[in-house]
Design a protein around this ligand. Structure first.
Ligand code: DAT
Ligand code: MG
Length: 155
């Protein structure tokens, strides 16, 4: 098993509720992620469009873009063994109905409101993790960080 970095985002629906934000932050800590970076930010509409360009043309795209630029978000770079798939697993399925009924203990199962307002984002592959980390944290160099910091997470 190797240490991985992933990009996790608490979306505007959850940041709007302090208790939900706190609960999600605690889930990150309870699951043994290292918090490498964390920042609060608000997207302009064009940030939202650029980040979700792969979905342009889908029926939910306008709704998604508007929602993601509707208020503050919190972005994390998280470190853990298998961080990418582990965080995806904690989030649960994209669709709220599936999350509620098939994975009720997952983040989306507990907190998701609709298919769009689904509480969190997580990178889904090594490639998207790299791209998304750079999207949110342009000054962050993963290679440098791995070289310098990995020993801290070995035990
Ligand atoms: P995920 O966020 O699980 O990686 P995705 O990459 O397929 O899911 O889609 C990105 C976001 O777009 C998702 O978090 C919410 C929105 N979305 C996806 N499918 C949707 C749908 N069928 N209806 C409404 N919104 C949707
Ligand atoms: Mg996705």
């Amino acid at each position: 098993k190797v240490l991985q970095l992933t990009l996790a985002v608490i979306k505007p629906d959850a940041v709007a509720h302090p208790l939900m934000l706190e609960a999600l932050h605690q889930i990150i800590l309870d699951n043994n992620f290292g918090i490498v970076k964390c920042k609060d930010l608000v997207w302009r509409r064009q940030d939202s469009e650029r980040f979700y360009a792969e979905h342009s043309g889908r029926f939910f795209y306008q709704r998604l873009v508007e929602f993601m630029s509707s208020g503050p978000m919190r972005a994390y770079i998280l470190a853990r063994e298998d961080a990418i798939s582990y965080w995806r697993e904690l989030m649960g399925p994209t669709k709220v109905f599936r999350a509620r009924f098939n994975s009720p203990a997952s983040i989306r199962g507990q907190f998701g409101l609709t298919d769009t307002r689904n509480t969190t984002h997580g990178s889904d592959s090594l490639e998207s993790a790299q791209r998304e980390i750079t999207f949110f944290f342009p000054d962050f160099c993963a290679d440098e960080w791995m070289k310098k910091e990995e020993p801290l997470f070995r035990s």
